[in-house]
Design a protein around this ligand. Structure first.
Ligand code: 5GP
Ligand code: ZN
Length: 113
């Protein structure tokens, strides 16, 4: 999709620190990390949020979820990690391209919000 920040990042039109890529998924470091490890996992096919996933094949979504533990292992998150997908304004979603935050590398807060 034109003018989508994460589509541009995925295509390499905007630089990013890539940590993982396959046919369906792109993952890169968050520019404003909120934990020692903070990676964003996105489907290569544009979809705005979890509310819109009926618009992409199941495979694309499944590959995002399957990439998460692979990336966590690659990042050495042996003690665990948290996965968040902000969906819509109440969750403060700022980039309307579905993404999963992987947060780890420290003891995370017990409360999530
Ligand atoms: P959201 O708030 O939509 O759940 O998450 C969007 C995330 O994208 C934020 O954590 C923000 O720091 C990150 N972000 C915004 N712009 C850029 C960018 O240009 N490059 C990278 N690597 N991350 C970005
Ligand atoms: Zn997009």
């Amino acid at each position: 999709m034109e003018n989508c920040l994460f589509c541009k990042i995925m295509k390499g039109e905007i630089p990013s620190a890539k940590v993982y890529e396959n046919e369906y998924v792109y993952a890169f470091r968050d520019i404003n990390p909120q934990a020692p490890t903070h990676v964003l996992v996105i489907p290569k096919e544009h979809v705005a949020s979890l509310n819109d996933t009926a618009g992409i094949p199941d495979r694309n979504l499944a590959e995002c979820l399957r990439a998460i533990p692979v990336i966590a292992a690659q990042e050495g998150l042996t003690g665990g990690y948290r996965v968040i997908s902000n969906c819509g304004p109440d969750a403060c979603q700022t980039v309307p391209h579905l993404h999963f935050h992987i947060l780890g590398g420290t003891q995370l807060a017990e409360r999530m919000a």
